[in-house]
Design a protein around this ligand. Structure first.
Ligand SMILES: C[S@@+](CC[C@H](N)C(=O)[O-])C[C@H]1O[C@@H](n2cnc3c(N)ncnc32)[C@H](O)[C@@H]1O
Ligand SMILES: O=c1cc(-c2ccc(O)cc2)oc2c(O)c(O)ccc12
Length: 351
């Protein structure tokens, strides 16, 4: 097949764009390191470049470079420009999420995603297709991501803080938009609940619910009993899950393949009473095709998440048909999907 010169030149620009994509993450990381969003938030109104640089303690000798840096960040809609005699910079909804100290901030997630333990295994996806290893992560590090988290306390901390920041963001939205999902439960166990951010929020909102977090010992062992009343249990969800009225699985099943998900769901089913007694599983995860994923940007984000799960773990992002298959295979009778959270949904499943 022959292509025209014009098509090939356009193709070259397209390939360049893909190749340089990693600079987007690195610019985001640098913006967080510099604290640009914090300065703009504190200033409270649009800010000239020279004032921004001075507040960030950047020497005027870097003015041209910093202007180019801000131009790219603005193009990516991380910041906005207010035109005028002197351009002024302001926050956008995306950079609002980069303000430290705000409940809804994604800084720990930025730190996690640019951590070499997360980003380096992507280099071996090609060779991994021809290797017997379970994941590119395992080909690169010789062990699973959970084992690396167990052995490297620094990575364990970065990972748990990243996840906790997502839970802080999600729990407010869940309580606001689908609080009824948790209402009236006598007890709930958050399986793979990390350091307990979500469980503590549920315990605060519903004091009548006794909340427990089950996670791997290296995640929960350092957590002290606190005044939230949440109990932390070290264990393995493939072996057993503490008894409760309901089980929460937030961002768990997308880490695992279908067979592993069925096993986890079976252990969860053993932990809850019958539906008539209020037993249910609450899953918070992506349902591809169920949410506001109609635009190309959202579809690309879901595809990238799916690859991330393939690279780091044995998991995947599932559409409704794929969810139904594992839910029924684990012996559940019914389910209900509520799309609520950008790209994620709540799936309630009943025994
Ligand atoms: C992607 S994180 C999600 C954490 C939390 N649910 C959230 O959304 O913030 C997955 C969690 O599963 C835990 N995990 C992995 N294997 C586990 C196992 N066999 N038993 C219990 N927890 C496990 C990890 O330690 C981690 O905290
Ligand atoms: O290691 C990760 C990273 C993420 C992640 C990446 C980019 C984002 O904008 C948000 C989150 O998510 C993960 C995840 O959901 C998981 O189950 C395991 C690991 C990671």
């Amino acid at each position: 097949m022959e292509f025209s010169t014009n098509e090939l030149l356009e193709a070259q620009a397209h390939v360049w764009n893909i190749l340089l994509g990693y600079l987007k993450s690195m610019c985001l990381k640098s913006a967080v390191e510099l604290g640009i969003a914090d300065v703009l938030k504190k200033h409270g109104k649009p800010m000239e470049l020279s004032d921004l640089m001075s507040a960030l303690s950047i020497s005027p000798t870097r003015t041209d470079s910093f202007r180019r840096f801000m131009r790219t960040l603005t193009h990516m809609e991380l910041f906005a420009e207010k035109p005028g005699h002197e351009v002024k910079y302001l926050l956008t909804p995306s950079s609002h999420l980069l303000v430290s100290g705000e409940t809804m901030n994604v800084i720990p997630f930025v730190n996690l995603c640019v951590d070499p333990t997360i980003s380096d295994p992507a280099h071996v996806v090609g060779p991994w297709f021809k290797s017997p290893k379970e994941t590119p992560f395992e080909l690169y590090f010789g062990k699973s991501m959970w084992d690396v988290a167990d052995e490297k306390p620094e990575f364990n901390k970065t990972f748990n803080e990243g996840m906790a920041s997502d839970s802080r963001l999600v729990c407010d939205v869940v309580m606001m938009m689908c609080g009824q999902v948790f209402r009236g439960l006598k007890s709930l166990v958050d399986v793979g609940g990390g350091t307990g951010t979500m469980a503590r929020a549920i315990a605060r909102a519903f004091p009548e619910t006794k909340c427990t977090v089950l996670d791997l010992p290296h995640v929960v062992d350092t957590l002290k009993k606190d005044d939230s009343g949440v109990e932390y249990v070290g264990g393995d969800m493939f072996v057993s899950v503490p008894q409760a009225n309901a089980v929460l699985l937030k961002w768990i099943l997308h880490d695992w393949n279908d067979e592993e998900c069925v096993k986890i769901l079976q252990r969860c089913k053993e932990a809850i009473p019958k539906r008539e007694m209020g037993g249910k599983i609450i899953i918070i995860d992506m349902v591809v095709g169920a949410t506001s994923d109609k635009d190309a940007h959202a579809v690309e984000t879901q595809l990238l998440f799916d690859l991330l799960m393939m690279i780091l773990l044995t998991g995947k992002e599932r559409n409704e048909r794929e969810w139904r298959r594992i839910i029924l295979a684990a012996g559940f009778k019914d389910y209900k999907i509520t799309p609520f959270l950008g790209l994620r949904s709540v799936i309630e499943i009943y025994p």
